[in-house]
Design a protein around this ligand. Structure first.
Ligand SMILES: O=C(O)CCC(=O)C(=O)O
Ligand SMILES: [Fe+2]
Length: 582
């Protein structure tokens, strides 16, 4: 099957190597081989394309599905009618994806040949070289069936990292309704050029083979209903072949511009293609010839039907008007000859037309093949030029973008710097203003607090002073009272003491005076005696010395002295005072 696919012998888009059609620069290998059956899924446009032909589901695939359904592995209500055979050679992978949500769930993957890990996650990160980072992984065992539905199918992506051994898997999915309908219509178109699928089993009422194969002069053979199976098979084969050629871009004149557009650039095996094209042109010519024959035969049939109808009418008229019969027979003969002549003319004309048409078709076919070939070559060249130009444009654009980016970044940086500076100075100013107002507020607060404190202090001091004053006053009065009482007490004891002291002193004084007086009187007595003694002595001496010198001054003095002898000396006086005092 792979060989068939590689040789281009599988229908339409069935066979693909790698999911990219244009080679990726620097990418080694071609990627996994993908073969699609039943319906085509376009990996590059991410859409289901029932309009593009692929091989139908074959018996093997259908019986595999029967087994899976009858064993209960898959629900009969979602019977798969498409299959993708993935062939992973060593290193091949399938990147993270969610199978198109138009495919009804569940869908399934059958793993064959070798087992392999499968990764799941809402955001699988590609790490390059077929490696991925994902939160969940599982092993797809060889010959196991993975059935996907719910979040596992619709929310989480899945991928197969680069395989270590060749692996094959079969993805089984049911087409959505609309794709099924479009596939049916396409298949019908491929067979009979009719949009309605039922025409496949119900051939057109006008039956080509009845006329083509009608035995000459027979007429008695009963007309068959429907096409004979041989003709159906032949027609089907032709239709398939032509359609196949058309979709592979080999028969552009049949399909028109869309086939030319789809012809891949760098199409390989051009020589075989040319041969194929020749064959296709021939078979197409044959079909055309057949069509022309069909047209002639159809025309002839219409004429015969017409004739039959007319004959019937004439017969009726003959029966109704037997007298006209002769005339009419003559007329019929003439008309028959004329008709024969006309038919022959028509046949000749049609023959000429057919050859003309054939020539035109051939010419047109050759022209279109040449045009296609030229177009392919031109497309190749154009593609290369375009890629080169695009690379150049891309490089220039990237360079320009980078420069613009640098310039924009510079402008933005400058703008931002200026903004930052402005903002910073504005913030500084705001900060200063705020600080000033804060300081002013704080100062005011402080002043108010200080004032309050002062007032409180004054009030407290006043209270304290008042309290202290009261205390002092009471203390003072108490002290005064105490002092007074003490003083009183002291005064009393003092006066007592003074009195006693005075008395004592008086006594002592009296004693002393007495003693003194007695001593004085003693002394006085002594002194008087001494004086007396002295006077006696002096008188003796004077008598001795002077005898009669009684008139001199000294004598006067002596006389005075004598006279003075009558006066009391101080001691005597004191003694007298003590005596008086006593
Ligand atoms: O090969 C596999 O196991 C996965 C295939 C797959 O995810 C797919 O075909 O969508
Ligand atoms: Fe998938």
């Amino acid at each position: 099957m792979i060989k068939k696919g590689l040789n281009g012998n599988l229908k339409g888009e069935t066979f693909m190597q790698s999911t990219f059609k244009v080679p990726i620069k620097g990418k080694k290998g071609k990627g996994r081989v993908v073969m699609q059956f039943g319906s085509f899924y376009d990996y590059s446009d991410h859409c289901i394309r029932p309009d593009l032909p692929v091989e139908p589901m074959d018996d093997t695939l259908n019986s595999l599905i029967d087994v899976l359904i009858s064993s209960g592995a898959l629900p009969a209500s979602v019977r798969p009618n498409t299959a993708i055979i993935n062939i992973y050679n060593v290193g091949d992978n399938i990147p993270p994806h969610i199978d198109h949500t138009d495919y009804p769930r569940p869908f399934s993957i059958l793993s064959l040949q070798t087992s392999s890990p499968i990764l799941f996650g809402t955001h699988i990160i590609p790490l390059g070289s077929g490696k991925f980072k994902a939160p969940f992984s599982s092993i797809l065992e060889r010959r196991s069936l993975l059935v996907l539905e719910g979040n596992g199918a619709d929310v989480a992506e899945h991928c197969i990292p680069g395989v270590e051994m060749r692996r094959v898997s079969i993805t089984l999915r049911k087409m959505p309704e609309w794709a099924e309908r479009e596939t049916r219509e396409r298949v019908a178109r491929e067979f009979f050029g009719n949009e309605k699928g039922e025409e496949i089993s119900k051939p057109p009422a006008v039956n080509l083979s009845d006329f083509v194969k009608k035995p000459s002069g027979g007429g008695g053979q009963k007309k068959k209903e429907g096409l004979p199976s041989v003709v159906v098979a032949q027609k089907k084969k032709w239709a398939e072949k032509v359609q196949d050629d058309v979709t592979k871009g080999r028969s552009a004149w049949k399909k028109g511009p869309s086939a030319i557009q789809r012809a891949p650039p760098g199409f390989e095996g051009r020589e075989e293609k040319k041969k194929e094209e020749k064959k296709v042109v021939q078979s197409a010519k044959k079909v055309q010839q057949e069509n022309n024959d069909e047209k002639v035969v159809l025309l002839r049939r219409e004429q015969l039907v017409e004739e039959k109808k007319k004959n019937g009418e004439k017969k009726k008229q003959e029966e109704e008007h037997p007298d006209k019969k002769k005339k009419e027979e003559e007329y019929k003969e003439k008309k028959g000859a004329a008709l024969k002549e006309l038919n022959e003319q028509l046949k000749r004309q049609q023959e000429a037309e057919r050859y003309q048409l054939q020539e035109i078709n051939e010419r047109r076919g050759n022209q279109q093949i040449a045009a296609l070939q030229k177009l392919n070559e031109e497309q190749d060249a154009e593609y290369k030029t375009l890629v080169a130009r695009l690379d150049k444009i891309k490089a220039t654009a990237l360079q320009k973008l980078n420069e613009e980016k640098v310039a924009v970044l510079k402008t933005i940086t400058e703008e931002k710097d200026a903004e930052i500076t402005g903002l910073a100075s504005k913030l500084d100013a705001e900060k200063d203003t705020e600080i000033h107002s804060l300081i002013a507020r704080l100062n005011k607060k402080k002043a108010t607090a200080l004032q309050k404190l002062k007032e409180e202090k004054v009030a407290v001091l006043k209270t304290i002073t008042e309290e202290k004053d009261a205390e002092i006053k009471s203390l003072e009065s108490r002290l005064n009272e105490e002092k007074d009482s003490t003083l009183q007490d002291l005064g009393e004891s003092k006066s007592v003491k003074i009195t006693s002291l005075e008395n004592k002193l008086k006594i002592e004084k009296a004693i002393e005076i007495y003693n003194l007086n007695s001593r004085l009187s003693k002394k006085n007595n002594q002194t008087r005696q001494e004086i007396k003694a002295l006077e006696k002595k002096v008188e003796k001496e004077e008598e001795f010395v002077f005898g009669d010198f009684s008139d001199s001054e000294d004598m006067n003095k002596k006389k005075k002295g004598k006279k003075g002898k009558s006066k009391l000396n101080p001691d005597t006086k004191a003694f007298r005072e003590v005596e008086d005092w006593n």
